[in-house]
Design a protein around this ligand. Structure first.
Ligand SMILES: Nc1ncnc2c1ncn2[C@@H]1O[C@H](COP(=O)(O)OP(=O)(O)OP(=O)(O)O)[C@@H](O)[C@H]1O
Length: 394
């Protein structure tokens, strides 16, 4: 199906075989192949479906978190929840609570107030950062099982892409029809030095007082710089192009990040231009950073390359990443597997300048304190955080 220009062009209909579909012109996507109950009290365009046939995780307590600033933001034409998801969930009699963000802290607040002992499903209309904020916001005094479902509505959507959700409608289709049981959502933790803090659109944000959980990426160097620099209201209007615009701006200065990393004692020396630790196959639909990546394995990979004199080497390697991940065969690129139980230790040098001490954690930007050297430790921690066990629909 060709992606519709806006969700407001979509029409939710019941077809002649009693199946729920979303239509766009002559194109359509079947959303529910379950039998539609004839006892529907609703009108023709919102048929009720036999509740017995919806996946179990939609019978738990369901929340829909709409991170309204993710991607290009929301307007009356791109309001996926009100135009598509809400009518469908109503048609399926899926009782749910809608949570639209009102501030940069909304998701953490929501996570911290989830009731004790709950089996909950949280559907995110967002990108990766919102999901990461949720996981980190889960309170240590409560516990329960949480199943996450990412609808790719952010800029990069790495987690959703790793699960094979290439667009919003296909994700909704999977939400309603997944046959496999939700899988554990592997988490990793990164410990930054005392005095580190979030940078929110280049302004000082909250202090970081404990290790941060991440699901898809921790990066330093060129990748972290372009994610940080692209997070302005102006650049966000460009959607995924914002990363390329910030990348070109960063290429105007030398990409030199001094330090060394050791993985269980095996050392890789810098200075690095690129330094990315990820579990995820793709950062964008065609940016295949980790061809071997399998989000269901609790492995990370360190993908790095060193600073060079020439001006074109970074873009040459980035083009290979866009070319089905062929950078992994480039001898300049170090590609190191990190298994569960391994410990990654990064020691930075000459990193007092702000540009040298910014990290990307699932899209959030972290700045380290203003000192010359820093130590950062990373490890796999399984699918548990505080008392909560996390799963993901696939
Ligand atoms: N109303 C709001 N006011 C301020 N910030 C918000 C608001 N709603 C959401 N946010 C923040 O916007 C960010 C959205 O990040 P998210 O990752 O979901 O989308 P993205 O950055 O477009 O995508 P990706 O990280 O996948 O590239 C989150 O940090 C979230 O807390």
């Amino acid at each position: 199906m060709v992606l519709p220009p806006t969700v407001s062009d979509l029409l939710i209909v019941k077809d002649t075989h009693q199946k729920l579909q979303v239509r766009h012109g002559y194109d359509y996507i079947e959303l529910v192949s379950h039998e539609i109950s004839e006892q529907s009290a609703l009108n023709d365009t919102t048929p009720a479906v036999a509740r017995a046939s919806i996946p179990d995780y939609l019978k738990d307590k369901v929340y829909v978190v709409d991170s309204v600033k993710s991607g290009k933001g929301r307007d009356s034409k791109t309001d996926l929840y009100n135009i598509v998801l809400e009518p469908i969930l109503t048609a399926l009699a899926v009782d749910h609570q809608y949570v639209a963000t009102t501030s940069a802290d909304s998701i953490r607040q929501f996570a911290s107030t989830l009731p004790e002992g709950q089996n909950a499903t949280v559907v995110f209309i967002s990108g990766d950062t919102s999901i990461s904020e949720f996981v980190n916001g889960l309170s240590g005094v409560s516990s329960g099982n949480i199943t996450i479902f990412p609808i790719p509505s952010g800029t990069g959507n790495s987690l959703a892409l790793s699960l094979g959700f290439v667009d919003e409608l296909r994700a909704i289709q999977r939400l309603l029809q997944a046959v496999e049981k939700p899988a554990p959502l592997n988490l990793y933790d990164v410990q930054f030095p005392e005095g580190s803090y979030f940078l929110i659109q280049d302004a000082i944000g909250p202090q970081i007082t404990q290790p941060l959980k991440f699901t898809v990426v921790v990066s330093w160097g060129f990748h972290a710089a372009l994610v940080a620099d692209s997070d302005t209201p102006e650049l966000r209007k460009n959607g995924i192009e914002r990363f390329k615009l910030a990348a070109f701006a960063n290429l105007q200065r030398e990409q030199k990040y001094e330090g060394l990393v050791s993985v269980n004692g095996h050392r890789i020396e810098g200075p690095f231009a690129y330094w990315v630790l990820t579990s995820s196959k793709k950062f964008e639909p065609t940016f295949e950073i980790l061809p071997e990546g399998n989000i269901f394995d609790d492995n990370l990979y360190l993908i790095s390359f060193k600073t060079e004199e020439s001006s074109s080497y970074i873009m040459d390697i980035m083009k290979q990443v866009y070319d089905k991940g062929s950078h992994v065969h480039n001898p300049k690129v170090s590609y190191q597997k990190i298994s569960n139980g391994d410990r990654v230790l990064l020691h930075t040098l000459n990193s007092k300048n702000k540009q040298q001490r910014r990290f990307c954690v699932d899209g959030s930007i972290v700045a380290l304190p203003e000192t010359d050297e820093h130590e950062i430790a990373i490890r796999a921690t399984g699918n548990k955080h505080n008392g909560w066990s996390l799963y993901v629909v696939h």
